[in-house]
Design a binder for this molecule. Structure first.
Ligand code: ADP
Length: 587
Protein backbone atom coordinates (compact mmCIF):
# COMPACT_ATOMS: atom_id res chain seq x y z
CA UNK A 1 0.00 0.00 0.00
CA UNK A 2 2.65 2.40 1.14
CA UNK A 3 4.72 1.59 -1.94
CA UNK A 4 1.82 2.53 -4.17
CA UNK A 5 1.43 5.78 -2.28
CA UNK A 6 5.10 6.66 -2.66
CA UNK A 7 5.02 5.73 -6.35
CA UNK A 8 1.90 7.86 -6.78
CA UNK A 9 3.57 10.87 -5.12
CA UNK A 10 6.68 10.33 -7.21
CA UNK A 11 4.63 10.14 -10.48
CA UNK A 12 2.63 13.18 -9.53
CA UNK A 13 5.84 15.07 -8.97
CA UNK A 14 7.12 13.84 -12.33
CA UNK A 15 3.85 14.88 -13.99
CA UNK A 16 3.88 18.31 -12.34
CA UNK A 17 7.45 18.82 -13.29
CA UNK A 18 6.77 17.82 -16.90
CA UNK A 19 3.92 20.33 -17.16
CA UNK A 20 6.15 23.08 -15.80
CA UNK A 21 8.83 22.05 -18.21
CA UNK A 22 6.29 22.11 -21.07
CA UNK A 23 5.14 25.51 -19.95
CA UNK A 24 8.72 26.70 -20.13
CA UNK A 25 8.80 25.29 -23.64
CA UNK A 26 11.46 22.78 -22.75
CA UNK A 27 9.95 19.94 -24.69
CA UNK A 28 12.97 17.66 -24.14
CA UNK A 29 11.61 16.97 -20.62
CA UNK A 30 8.95 14.77 -22.18
CA UNK A 31 11.46 12.73 -24.15
CA UNK A 32 14.22 12.37 -21.53
CA UNK A 33 13.08 11.54 -18.03
CA UNK A 34 13.92 14.33 -15.60
CA UNK A 35 16.25 13.71 -12.68
CA UNK A 36 13.32 13.79 -10.36
CA UNK A 37 11.62 11.03 -12.29
CA UNK A 38 14.76 8.93 -12.30
CA UNK A 39 15.05 9.39 -8.60
CA UNK A 40 11.42 8.44 -8.05
CA UNK A 41 11.66 5.35 -10.20
CA UNK A 42 14.81 4.23 -8.40
CA UNK A 43 13.11 4.70 -5.12
CA UNK A 44 10.11 2.69 -6.22
CA UNK A 45 12.12 -0.29 -7.46
CA UNK A 46 14.07 -0.25 -4.23
CA UNK A 47 10.82 -0.34 -2.34
CA UNK A 48 9.50 -3.17 -4.44
CA UNK A 49 12.58 -5.25 -3.77
CA UNK A 50 13.01 -3.94 -0.31
CA UNK A 51 12.29 -5.39 3.02
CA UNK A 52 8.82 -5.88 4.23
CA UNK A 53 7.57 -2.84 6.06
CA UNK A 54 4.67 -3.08 8.32
CA UNK A 55 2.65 -0.11 9.52
CA UNK A 56 0.32 0.11 12.39
CA UNK A 57 -3.30 0.94 11.75
CA UNK A 58 -2.93 4.48 12.99
CA UNK A 59 0.08 4.94 10.76
CA UNK A 60 -1.95 3.62 7.85
CA UNK A 61 -4.73 6.09 8.59
CA UNK A 62 -2.26 8.90 8.84
CA UNK A 63 -0.66 7.95 5.53
CA UNK A 64 -4.02 7.68 3.79
CA UNK A 65 -4.97 11.07 5.15
CA UNK A 66 -1.75 12.57 3.87
CA UNK A 67 -2.25 10.95 0.51
CA UNK A 68 -5.74 12.44 0.28
CA UNK A 69 -4.46 15.91 1.23
CA UNK A 70 -1.65 15.53 -1.21
CA UNK A 71 -4.07 14.49 -3.94
CA UNK A 72 -6.19 17.60 -3.34
CA UNK A 73 -3.05 19.69 -3.33
CA UNK A 74 -2.09 18.15 -6.66
CA UNK A 75 -5.54 18.79 -8.08
CA UNK A 76 -5.33 22.46 -7.03
CA UNK A 77 -1.86 22.68 -8.47
CA UNK A 78 -3.12 21.11 -11.67
CA UNK A 79 -5.88 23.72 -11.99
CA UNK A 80 -3.36 26.50 -11.52
CA UNK A 81 -1.14 24.94 -14.14
CA UNK A 82 -4.01 24.72 -16.60
CA UNK A 83 -4.77 28.38 -16.03
CA UNK A 84 -1.14 29.34 -16.41
CA UNK A 85 -1.00 27.30 -19.61
CA UNK A 86 -4.05 29.09 -21.03
CA UNK A 87 -2.53 32.47 -20.13
CA UNK A 88 0.75 31.48 -21.74
CA UNK A 89 -1.11 30.40 -24.89
CA UNK A 90 -2.99 33.72 -24.98
CA UNK A 91 0.28 35.62 -24.58
CA UNK A 92 1.84 33.61 -27.34
CA UNK A 93 -1.15 34.31 -29.60
CA UNK A 94 -0.91 38.03 -28.83
CA UNK A 95 2.77 38.01 -29.63
CA UNK A 96 2.17 36.12 -32.88
CA UNK A 97 -0.55 38.57 -33.90
CA UNK A 98 1.71 41.52 -33.08
CA UNK A 99 4.51 39.91 -35.05
CA UNK A 100 2.36 39.02 -38.03
CA UNK A 101 0.31 42.17 -38.33
CA UNK A 102 3.00 44.67 -37.52
CA UNK A 103 3.25 47.50 -40.10
CA UNK A 104 6.97 46.72 -40.29
CA UNK A 105 8.44 43.63 -41.85
CA UNK A 106 10.37 41.32 -39.46
CA UNK A 107 12.78 38.66 -40.60
CA UNK A 108 15.15 36.21 -38.95
CA UNK A 109 18.14 35.41 -41.12
CA UNK A 110 20.97 32.96 -40.78
CA UNK A 111 24.55 34.16 -40.97
CA UNK A 112 24.52 33.26 -44.68
CA UNK A 113 21.49 35.49 -45.19
CA UNK A 114 18.97 32.66 -45.53
CA UNK A 115 15.42 33.51 -44.42
CA UNK A 116 14.52 31.42 -41.33
CA UNK A 117 11.35 33.19 -40.30
CA UNK A 118 9.38 36.25 -41.37
CA UNK A 119 6.10 38.00 -40.67
CA UNK A 120 3.27 38.73 -43.11
CA UNK A 121 4.43 42.32 -43.74
CA UNK A 122 7.91 41.13 -44.69
CA UNK A 123 6.38 38.62 -47.12
CA UNK A 124 4.25 41.46 -48.54
CA UNK A 125 7.32 43.61 -49.02
CA UNK A 126 9.01 40.80 -50.91
CA UNK A 127 5.85 40.16 -52.91
CA UNK A 128 5.59 36.41 -52.23
CA UNK A 129 3.77 33.97 -49.97
CA UNK A 130 5.43 33.50 -46.61
CA UNK A 131 5.84 29.72 -46.94
CA UNK A 132 7.61 30.14 -50.29
CA UNK A 133 10.15 32.51 -48.80
CA UNK A 134 11.44 30.30 -45.98
CA UNK A 135 14.95 29.06 -46.77
CA UNK A 136 15.40 31.45 -49.72
CA UNK A 137 18.24 33.95 -49.75
CA UNK A 138 17.23 37.47 -48.76
CA UNK A 139 20.09 38.94 -50.80
CA UNK A 140 18.36 37.65 -53.92
CA UNK A 141 15.67 40.34 -53.45
CA UNK A 142 18.15 43.18 -53.02
CA UNK A 143 18.73 45.19 -56.22
CA UNK A 144 22.24 44.77 -57.64
CA UNK A 145 23.04 48.48 -57.26
CA UNK A 146 22.49 48.35 -53.48
CA UNK A 147 23.58 44.75 -52.79
CA UNK A 148 27.03 45.69 -51.57
CA UNK A 149 25.43 48.08 -49.03
CA UNK A 150 23.25 45.23 -47.78
CA UNK A 151 26.15 42.76 -47.59
CA UNK A 152 28.32 45.08 -45.53
CA UNK A 153 25.35 45.87 -43.28
CA UNK A 154 24.83 42.14 -42.61
CA UNK A 155 28.52 41.59 -41.97
CA UNK A 156 28.84 44.64 -39.71
CA UNK A 157 25.94 43.62 -37.52
CA UNK A 158 27.37 40.09 -37.09
CA UNK A 159 30.82 41.44 -36.31
CA UNK A 160 29.89 44.29 -33.98
CA UNK A 161 26.73 42.69 -32.50
CA UNK A 162 25.40 46.23 -32.49
CA UNK A 163 22.14 47.49 -33.87
CA UNK A 164 22.63 49.16 -37.27
CA UNK A 165 20.55 50.66 -40.08
CA UNK A 166 20.86 50.53 -43.83
CA UNK A 167 18.85 51.72 -46.86
CA UNK A 168 18.64 49.53 -49.93
CA UNK A 169 16.29 48.68 -52.80
CA UNK A 170 14.25 45.53 -53.19
CA UNK A 171 13.50 44.24 -56.69
CA UNK A 172 10.26 42.37 -56.94
CA UNK A 173 9.08 39.84 -59.49
CA UNK A 174 7.27 42.49 -61.55
CA UNK A 175 10.53 44.47 -61.75
CA UNK A 176 9.05 47.01 -59.39
CA UNK A 177 11.68 48.61 -57.13
CA UNK A 178 10.99 49.40 -53.50
CA UNK A 179 13.15 51.55 -51.33
CA UNK A 180 13.41 50.13 -47.79
CA UNK A 181 15.04 51.09 -44.50
CA UNK A 182 16.43 48.09 -42.59
CA UNK A 183 17.23 47.92 -38.89
CA UNK A 184 19.39 44.92 -37.92
CA UNK A 185 20.58 43.32 -34.69
CA UNK A 186 21.70 39.93 -33.32
CA UNK A 187 19.26 37.91 -31.23
CA UNK A 188 20.43 37.47 -27.63
CA UNK A 189 18.60 34.11 -27.53
CA UNK A 190 20.00 32.23 -30.49
CA UNK A 191 22.53 34.57 -32.15
CA UNK A 192 20.45 34.84 -35.34
CA UNK A 193 20.21 38.01 -37.41
CA UNK A 194 16.98 39.93 -36.68
CA UNK A 195 15.94 42.52 -39.22
CA UNK A 196 13.06 45.03 -39.25
CA UNK A 197 12.12 46.45 -42.67
CA UNK A 198 10.14 49.63 -43.38
CA UNK A 199 8.93 50.61 -46.86
CA UNK A 200 10.18 54.18 -47.37
CA UNK A 201 9.23 54.39 -51.05
CA UNK A 202 6.51 57.00 -50.40
CA UNK A 203 8.79 58.96 -48.13
CA UNK A 204 11.50 58.92 -50.77
CA UNK A 205 8.94 59.97 -53.37
CA UNK A 206 7.97 62.96 -51.23
CA UNK A 207 11.65 63.71 -50.71
CA UNK A 208 12.27 63.57 -54.48
CA UNK A 209 9.27 65.81 -55.12
CA UNK A 210 10.51 68.27 -52.54
CA UNK A 211 13.91 68.37 -54.21
CA UNK A 212 12.24 68.92 -57.60
CA UNK A 213 10.04 71.69 -56.16
CA UNK A 214 13.05 73.30 -54.56
CA UNK A 215 15.03 73.16 -57.79
CA UNK A 216 12.03 74.48 -59.69
CA UNK A 217 11.60 77.36 -57.27
CA UNK A 218 15.28 78.23 -57.69
CA UNK A 219 14.97 77.87 -61.45
CA UNK A 220 11.85 80.09 -61.48
CA UNK A 221 13.72 82.68 -59.52
CA UNK A 222 16.56 82.60 -62.01
CA UNK A 223 14.13 82.68 -64.94
CA UNK A 224 12.26 85.62 -63.49
CA UNK A 225 15.48 87.62 -63.31
CA UNK A 226 16.36 86.60 -66.86
CA UNK A 227 12.82 87.44 -67.92
CA UNK A 228 12.97 90.86 -66.31
CA UNK A 229 16.26 91.59 -68.04
CA UNK A 230 14.80 90.39 -71.33
CA UNK A 231 11.54 92.32 -70.87
CA UNK A 232 13.44 95.42 -69.99
CA UNK A 233 15.40 95.03 -73.21
CA UNK A 234 12.28 94.14 -75.21
CA UNK A 235 10.40 97.21 -73.97
CA UNK A 236 13.31 99.61 -74.12
CA UNK A 237 14.18 98.77 -77.72
CA UNK A 238 10.83 99.79 -79.24
CA UNK A 239 10.57 102.68 -76.75
CA UNK A 240 13.88 103.87 -78.06
CA UNK A 241 12.45 103.78 -81.58
CA UNK A 242 9.26 105.55 -80.58
CA UNK A 243 10.83 108.30 -78.48
CA UNK A 244 13.89 108.78 -80.68
CA UNK A 245 11.98 109.16 -83.93
CA UNK A 246 9.19 111.20 -82.35
CA UNK A 247 11.90 113.60 -81.17
CA UNK A 248 13.39 113.71 -84.68
CA UNK A 249 9.97 114.41 -86.19
CA UNK A 250 9.53 117.33 -83.83
CA UNK A 251 12.88 119.03 -84.19
CA UNK A 252 14.02 118.66 -87.78
CA UNK A 253 12.78 119.97 -91.06
CA UNK A 254 12.17 116.75 -92.88
CA UNK A 255 11.14 115.67 -96.34
CA UNK A 256 7.73 113.99 -96.60
CA UNK A 257 9.49 110.72 -97.39
CA UNK A 258 11.60 110.84 -94.21
CA UNK A 259 8.57 111.77 -92.17
CA UNK A 260 6.75 108.72 -93.54
CA UNK A 261 9.73 106.53 -92.80
CA UNK A 262 9.96 107.80 -89.22
CA UNK A 263 6.24 107.39 -88.62
CA UNK A 264 6.53 103.89 -90.02
CA UNK A 265 9.31 103.06 -87.53
CA UNK A 266 7.26 104.51 -84.68
CA UNK A 267 4.27 102.44 -85.74
CA UNK A 268 6.30 99.21 -85.99
CA UNK A 269 7.89 99.83 -82.60
CA UNK A 270 4.44 100.41 -81.13
CA UNK A 271 3.19 97.09 -82.58
CA UNK A 272 6.24 95.30 -81.18
CA UNK A 273 5.52 96.69 -77.75
CA UNK A 274 1.87 95.80 -78.00
CA UNK A 275 2.84 92.21 -78.83
CA UNK A 276 4.98 91.99 -75.71
CA UNK A 277 2.23 93.42 -73.56
CA UNK A 278 -0.32 91.02 -75.06
CA UNK A 279 1.99 88.07 -74.38
CA UNK A 280 2.46 89.11 -70.76
CA UNK A 281 -1.29 89.49 -70.31
CA UNK A 282 -1.96 86.10 -71.93
CA UNK A 283 0.58 84.25 -69.76
CA UNK A 284 -0.72 85.97 -66.61
CA UNK A 285 -4.28 84.95 -67.49
CA UNK A 286 -3.12 81.38 -68.11
CA UNK A 287 -1.23 81.23 -64.82
CA UNK A 288 -4.12 82.65 -62.81
CA UNK A 289 -6.44 80.21 -64.64
CA UNK A 290 -8.56 82.98 -66.05
CA UNK A 291 -8.32 81.80 -69.63
CA UNK A 292 -11.65 80.54 -70.91
CA UNK A 293 -12.25 78.26 -73.83
CA UNK A 294 -14.94 79.41 -76.22
CA UNK A 295 -15.93 76.56 -78.47
CA UNK A 296 -17.48 77.83 -81.68
CA UNK A 297 -18.01 76.96 -85.31
CA UNK A 298 -14.60 77.12 -86.94
CA UNK A 299 -13.67 76.73 -90.54
CA UNK A 300 -10.14 75.40 -90.27
CA UNK A 301 -9.41 75.72 -93.99
CA UNK A 302 -10.22 79.37 -93.71
CA UNK A 303 -7.95 79.75 -90.70
CA UNK A 304 -5.01 78.18 -92.51
CA UNK A 305 -5.65 80.26 -95.62
CA UNK A 306 -6.02 83.36 -93.52
CA UNK A 307 -2.59 82.71 -91.96
CA UNK A 308 -1.12 82.25 -95.39
CA UNK A 309 -2.54 85.53 -96.69
CA UNK A 310 -1.74 87.36 -93.50
CA UNK A 311 1.96 86.43 -93.54
CA UNK A 312 2.56 86.21 -97.28
CA UNK A 313 3.73 89.79 -97.57
CA UNK A 314 6.10 89.57 -94.60
CA UNK A 315 7.58 86.27 -95.85
CA UNK A 316 7.98 87.56 -99.39
CA UNK A 317 9.75 90.66 -98.09
CA UNK A 318 12.31 88.29 -96.52
CA UNK A 319 12.52 86.32 -99.78
CA UNK A 320 10.91 83.30 -98.16
CA UNK A 321 8.53 81.10 -100.12
CA UNK A 322 5.38 80.45 -98.12
CA UNK A 323 2.73 77.84 -98.92
CA UNK A 324 -0.18 76.08 -97.23
CA UNK A 325 -1.98 72.74 -97.41
CA UNK A 326 -5.52 71.95 -96.32
CA UNK A 327 -6.35 68.28 -95.99
CA UNK A 328 -10.13 68.45 -95.79
CA UNK A 329 -12.72 69.48 -98.34
CA UNK A 330 -14.63 72.62 -97.52
CA UNK A 331 -17.72 70.79 -96.33
CA UNK A 332 -15.71 68.77 -93.77
CA UNK A 333 -13.59 71.68 -92.67
CA UNK A 334 -16.09 72.95 -90.11
CA UNK A 335 -15.16 71.83 -86.65
CA UNK A 336 -15.99 72.85 -83.13
CA UNK A 337 -13.01 74.38 -81.39
CA UNK A 338 -11.78 77.66 -79.96
CA UNK A 339 -11.10 79.72 -83.06
CA UNK A 340 -9.18 82.45 -81.28
CA UNK A 341 -6.80 80.04 -79.54
CA UNK A 342 -6.14 78.14 -82.77
CA UNK A 343 -5.51 81.46 -84.46
CA UNK A 344 -3.12 82.57 -81.69
CA UNK A 345 -1.09 79.33 -81.86
CA UNK A 346 -0.80 79.31 -85.65
CA UNK A 347 0.14 83.00 -85.62
CA UNK A 348 2.89 82.41 -83.09
CA UNK A 349 4.34 79.43 -84.96
CA UNK A 350 4.31 81.13 -88.37
CA UNK A 351 5.70 84.35 -86.87
CA UNK A 352 8.58 82.38 -85.31
CA UNK A 353 9.21 80.49 -88.56
CA UNK A 354 9.53 83.77 -90.46
CA UNK A 355 11.57 85.37 -87.68
CA UNK A 356 14.18 82.60 -87.46
CA UNK A 357 14.39 81.52 -91.12
CA UNK A 358 16.85 83.45 -93.26
CA UNK A 359 16.44 81.60 -96.56
CA UNK A 360 14.20 78.92 -97.97
CA UNK A 361 10.56 78.26 -97.30
CA UNK A 362 7.75 77.95 -94.81
CA UNK A 363 4.84 75.58 -95.09
CA UNK A 364 1.77 75.40 -92.92
CA UNK A 365 -1.20 73.11 -92.98
CA UNK A 366 -2.78 70.11 -91.32
CA UNK A 367 -3.39 66.38 -91.80
CA UNK A 368 -6.16 64.20 -90.48
CA UNK A 369 -4.83 61.63 -87.99
CA UNK A 370 -7.70 59.43 -86.86
CA UNK A 371 -9.78 61.41 -84.42
CA UNK A 372 -7.29 64.25 -84.46
CA UNK A 373 -6.23 67.05 -86.74
CA UNK A 374 -2.46 67.45 -86.77
CA UNK A 375 -1.35 70.95 -87.72
CA UNK A 376 2.21 71.77 -88.68
CA UNK A 377 4.39 74.76 -89.42
CA UNK A 378 7.58 73.77 -91.16
CA UNK A 379 10.58 75.96 -91.94
CA UNK A 380 14.06 75.69 -93.41
CA UNK A 381 15.58 77.80 -90.63
CA UNK A 382 18.59 77.20 -88.36
CA UNK A 383 16.98 74.38 -86.35
CA UNK A 384 16.87 73.95 -82.59
CA UNK A 385 19.35 71.84 -80.59
CA UNK A 386 18.07 68.86 -78.59
CA UNK A 387 18.92 70.67 -75.38
CA UNK A 388 17.01 73.80 -76.38
CA UNK A 389 14.04 71.72 -77.50
CA UNK A 390 13.57 70.70 -73.87
CA UNK A 391 13.20 74.31 -72.72
CA UNK A 392 11.46 76.26 -75.40
CA UNK A 393 7.93 75.40 -74.26
CA UNK A 394 8.68 76.68 -70.76
CA UNK A 395 7.62 80.19 -70.02
CA UNK A 396 10.21 82.97 -70.25
CA UNK A 397 12.55 80.62 -72.13
CA UNK A 398 14.20 81.58 -75.33
CA UNK A 399 16.24 78.94 -77.13
CA UNK A 400 19.33 81.04 -76.65
CA UNK A 401 19.52 82.97 -73.44
CA UNK A 402 22.77 84.69 -74.24
CA UNK A 403 22.70 88.41 -73.59
CA UNK A 404 24.75 89.14 -76.66
CA UNK A 405 22.29 87.64 -79.09
CA UNK A 406 19.61 90.11 -79.96
CA UNK A 407 16.56 88.26 -81.21
CA UNK A 408 13.23 89.93 -80.77
CA UNK A 409 10.81 88.02 -78.56
CA UNK A 410 9.62 87.54 -75.03
CA UNK A 411 10.15 83.79 -74.81
CA UNK A 412 6.45 83.47 -73.99
CA UNK A 413 4.94 82.54 -77.34
CA UNK A 414 5.50 78.78 -77.15
CA UNK A 415 4.51 78.59 -73.48
CA UNK A 416 1.23 80.31 -74.36
CA UNK A 417 0.77 78.04 -77.39
CA UNK A 418 1.35 74.93 -75.29
CA UNK A 419 -1.15 76.04 -72.66
CA UNK A 420 -3.78 76.82 -75.31
CA UNK A 421 -3.32 73.51 -77.16
CA UNK A 422 -3.57 71.55 -73.93
CA UNK A 423 -6.74 73.43 -73.05
CA UNK A 424 -8.17 72.38 -76.41
CA UNK A 425 -7.34 68.74 -75.61
CA UNK A 426 -4.28 68.39 -77.83
CA UNK A 427 -0.50 68.21 -77.70
CA UNK A 428 2.27 70.32 -79.18
CA UNK A 429 5.83 69.26 -79.97
CA UNK A 430 8.82 70.14 -82.10
CA UNK A 431 10.92 68.15 -84.57
CA UNK A 432 14.13 69.82 -85.50
CA UNK A 433 17.76 69.30 -86.37
CA UNK A 434 20.48 71.86 -86.65
CA UNK A 435 20.90 73.22 -90.16
CA UNK A 436 17.89 71.25 -91.43
CA UNK A 437 15.02 73.36 -90.21
CA UNK A 438 12.21 73.00 -87.73
CA UNK A 439 8.69 71.60 -87.76
CA UNK A 440 6.29 72.45 -84.98
CA UNK A 441 3.31 70.11 -84.79
CA UNK A 442 0.22 70.19 -82.68
CA UNK A 443 -3.01 68.23 -82.49
CA UNK A 444 -6.57 69.19 -81.67
CA UNK A 445 -9.62 66.92 -81.57
CA UNK A 446 -11.53 66.78 -84.82
CA UNK A 447 -15.07 67.47 -83.64
CA UNK A 448 -17.00 67.78 -86.88
CA UNK A 449 -19.44 70.66 -86.79
CA UNK A 450 -22.36 68.87 -88.42
CA UNK A 451 -24.82 71.27 -86.93
CA UNK A 452 -23.21 74.21 -88.68
CA UNK A 453 -23.02 72.36 -91.97
CA UNK A 454 -26.67 71.40 -91.91
CA UNK A 455 -27.74 74.76 -90.61
CA UNK A 456 -25.96 76.59 -93.36
CA UNK A 457 -26.93 74.25 -96.12
CA UNK A 458 -30.61 73.94 -95.35
CA UNK A 459 -32.06 76.81 -93.34
CA UNK A 460 -29.81 79.54 -94.66
CA UNK A 461 -30.08 78.50 -98.26
CA UNK A 462 -33.83 78.24 -98.03
CA UNK A 463 -34.11 81.65 -96.48
CA UNK A 464 -32.00 83.11 -99.24
CA UNK A 465 -33.90 81.24 -101.91
CA UNK A 466 -37.01 83.05 -100.73
CA UNK A 467 -35.24 86.25 -101.54
CA UNK A 468 -35.08 85.41 -105.22
CA UNK A 469 -36.03 88.99 -105.79
CA UNK A 470 -32.48 90.00 -104.71
CA UNK A 471 -30.62 92.25 -107.11
CA UNK A 472 -26.93 91.52 -106.73
CA UNK A 473 -23.91 93.32 -108.14
CA UNK A 474 -20.57 91.52 -108.09
CA UNK A 475 -17.59 93.86 -108.52
CA UNK A 476 -14.51 91.77 -109.34
CA UNK A 477 -11.62 92.25 -111.76
CA UNK A 478 -10.39 88.65 -111.66
CA UNK A 479 -12.11 86.34 -114.11
CA UNK A 480 -11.84 83.18 -112.03
CA UNK A 481 -13.24 84.89 -108.99
CA UNK A 482 -16.17 86.13 -111.08
CA UNK A 483 -16.83 82.56 -112.23
CA UNK A 484 -16.85 81.43 -108.61
CA UNK A 485 -19.36 84.13 -107.66
CA UNK A 486 -21.56 83.07 -110.56
CA UNK A 487 -21.70 79.61 -109.06
CA UNK A 488 -22.21 80.68 -105.46
CA UNK A 489 -24.38 83.77 -105.72
CA UNK A 490 -26.34 83.59 -108.92
CA UNK A 491 -28.78 80.94 -107.64
CA UNK A 492 -30.04 83.45 -105.07
CA UNK A 493 -30.31 86.41 -107.43
CA UNK A 494 -33.37 87.70 -109.22
CA UNK A 495 -31.14 90.12 -111.12
CA UNK A 496 -27.40 89.60 -111.32
CA UNK A 497 -24.96 92.32 -112.43
CA UNK A 498 -21.19 92.26 -112.80
CA UNK A 499 -18.59 95.05 -112.86
CA UNK A 500 -14.86 94.76 -113.42
CA UNK A 501 -13.71 97.87 -111.59
CA UNK A 502 -14.88 100.72 -109.36
CA UNK A 503 -16.00 103.00 -112.19
CA UNK A 504 -18.21 100.31 -113.68
CA UNK A 505 -19.66 99.54 -110.26
CA UNK A 506 -20.69 103.18 -109.71
CA UNK A 507 -22.25 103.22 -113.17
CA UNK A 508 -24.29 100.06 -112.55
CA UNK A 509 -25.56 101.48 -109.26
CA UNK A 510 -26.52 104.79 -110.83
CA UNK A 511 -28.59 102.99 -113.46
CA UNK A 512 -30.05 100.41 -111.07
CA UNK A 513 -30.98 102.15 -107.82
CA UNK A 514 -32.85 99.03 -106.65
CA UNK A 515 -29.68 96.86 -106.35
CA UNK A 516 -29.81 95.48 -102.79
CA UNK A 517 -26.45 93.76 -102.46
CA UNK A 518 -22.96 94.58 -103.73
CA UNK A 519 -19.97 92.26 -103.30
CA UNK A 520 -17.11 94.71 -103.67
CA UNK A 521 -13.55 93.69 -104.51
CA UNK A 522 -11.06 96.16 -103.04
CA UNK A 523 -7.94 96.04 -105.17
CA UNK A 524 -8.86 96.71 -108.79
CA UNK A 525 -7.30 98.60 -111.65
CA UNK A 526 -8.64 102.10 -112.00
CA UNK A 527 -10.99 103.02 -109.17
CA UNK A 528 -10.48 100.71 -106.19
CA UNK A 529 -13.23 99.28 -104.00
CA UNK A 530 -12.88 101.85 -101.17
CA UNK A 531 -13.34 104.76 -103.55
CA UNK A 532 -16.22 103.09 -105.42
CA UNK A 533 -18.00 102.44 -102.10
CA UNK A 534 -17.53 106.07 -101.03
CA UNK A 535 -19.03 107.30 -104.29
CA UNK A 536 -21.97 104.86 -104.20
CA UNK A 537 -22.74 105.94 -100.64
CA UNK A 538 -23.17 109.51 -101.85
CA UNK A 539 -26.36 108.56 -103.63
CA UNK A 540 -27.34 105.21 -102.10
CA UNK A 541 -27.30 104.68 -98.36
CA UNK A 542 -29.54 101.61 -98.41
CA UNK A 543 -27.65 99.07 -100.49
CA UNK A 544 -25.74 96.37 -98.53
CA UNK A 545 -22.07 96.45 -99.55
CA UNK A 546 -19.82 93.55 -98.52
CA UNK A 547 -16.11 94.05 -99.15
CA UNK A 548 -14.20 90.97 -100.31
CA UNK A 549 -10.44 90.99 -100.49
CA UNK A 550 -7.35 88.85 -100.31
CA UNK A 551 -5.76 91.31 -97.86
CA UNK A 552 -7.01 90.00 -94.63
CA UNK A 553 -5.42 92.38 -92.17
CA UNK A 554 -7.65 93.73 -89.40
CA UNK A 555 -6.98 97.24 -90.72
CA UNK A 556 -8.52 96.27 -94.08
CA UNK A 557 -11.78 95.49 -92.38
CA UNK A 558 -11.72 98.86 -90.64
CA UNK A 559 -10.84 100.68 -93.85
CA UNK A 560 -13.72 98.95 -95.65
CA UNK A 561 -16.19 99.89 -92.92
CA UNK A 562 -14.90 103.47 -92.89
CA UNK A 563 -15.43 103.71 -96.65
CA UNK A 564 -19.08 102.70 -96.14
CA UNK A 565 -19.17 98.91 -96.45
CA UNK A 566 -21.55 97.00 -94.15
CA UNK A 567 -19.47 93.84 -93.88
CA UNK A 568 -16.26 92.18 -94.89
CA UNK A 569 -15.17 88.75 -96.07
CA UNK A 570 -11.66 87.55 -96.88
CA UNK A 571 -10.63 85.57 -99.94
CA UNK A 572 -10.60 82.76 -100.75
CA UNK A 573 -14.33 83.08 -100.26
CA UNK A 574 -15.97 80.32 -98.31
CA UNK A 575 -19.38 79.64 -99.80
CA UNK A 576 -21.22 78.89 -96.58
CA UNK A 577 -19.69 81.84 -94.76
CA UNK A 578 -20.63 84.17 -97.59
CA UNK A 579 -24.20 82.89 -97.59
CA UNK A 580 -24.40 83.34 -93.82
CA UNK A 581 -23.06 86.89 -94.12
CA UNK A 582 -25.51 87.89 -96.84
CA UNK A 583 -28.31 86.40 -94.81
CA UNK A 584 -27.22 88.37 -91.78
CA UNK A 585 -27.26 91.73 -93.56
CA UNK A 586 -30.37 91.18 -95.63
CA UNK A 587 -32.39 90.17 -92.60
P1 ADP B 1 10.09 84.12 -78.58
O1 ADP B 1 9.10 85.20 -78.33
O2 ADP B 1 11.40 84.35 -77.96
O3 ADP B 1 10.15 83.69 -80.00
P2 ADP B 1 8.85 81.57 -78.18
O4 ADP B 1 8.33 80.96 -76.94
O5 ADP B 1 7.89 81.77 -79.30
O6 ADP B 1 9.51 82.93 -77.74
O7 ADP B 1 10.08 80.71 -78.68
C1 ADP B 1 11.06 80.29 -77.76
C2 ADP B 1 12.36 79.99 -78.44
O8 ADP B 1 12.23 78.86 -79.30
C3 ADP B 1 12.86 81.09 -79.34
O9 ADP B 1 13.56 82.08 -78.62
C4 ADP B 1 13.79 80.31 -80.28
O10 ADP B 1 15.04 80.13 -79.70
C5 ADP B 1 13.12 78.96 -80.40
N1 ADP B 1 12.32 78.86 -81.64
C6 ADP B 1 10.98 78.95 -81.75
N2 ADP B 1 10.59 78.75 -83.02
C7 ADP B 1 11.71 78.52 -83.74
C8 ADP B 1 11.96 78.21 -85.12
N3 ADP B 1 10.98 78.12 -86.01
N4 ADP B 1 13.25 78.01 -85.48
C9 ADP B 1 14.25 78.10 -84.58
N5 ADP B 1 14.07 78.38 -83.27
C10 ADP B 1 12.82 78.58 -82.84
Amino acid sequence: MIEIAIWFIARSLIYTHTIWDNKMNKKETIKTPSKLRQMAEKLLSKKEKGTEMSFSESENKKLIHELKVHQIELELQNDELKLAKERAEMDEKKYTELYDFSPSGYLTLSRAGEILDLNIKAADLLGKERSKLIKSSFGFFVSPDTRSDYNSFLQNVFETKLQQTCEFNLVLDNDCIKNVLANGTISSVDGKFLMALVDIEKLKQVERELVISKNKAEENDRLKSAFLANMSHEIRTPMNGILGFAELLKTLTLTVESQREFVDIIQKSGIRMLNIINDIISISRIESQQTDITIAHTNINEQVEYMYHFFRLEATQKNLYISFKNALKLNDAFILTDKEKLYAVLTNLVKNAIKFTKTGSIELGYDVKGELLEFYVKDTGPGITDKQQKNIFDRFRQGSESLTENIEGSGLGLAISKAYIEMLGGEIWVESSIGQGTTFRFTIPNHPDNEKKELLQTIVEEEIRLKKKLKILVVEDDEHSRMLFNKIIKPFAGNYYQAMNGNEAVEVCLHNPDVNLILMDIRMPGMNGYEATRQIREFNKEVVIIAQTAFALPEDREKAIEAGCNGYISKPINRLDLIALINQYLN
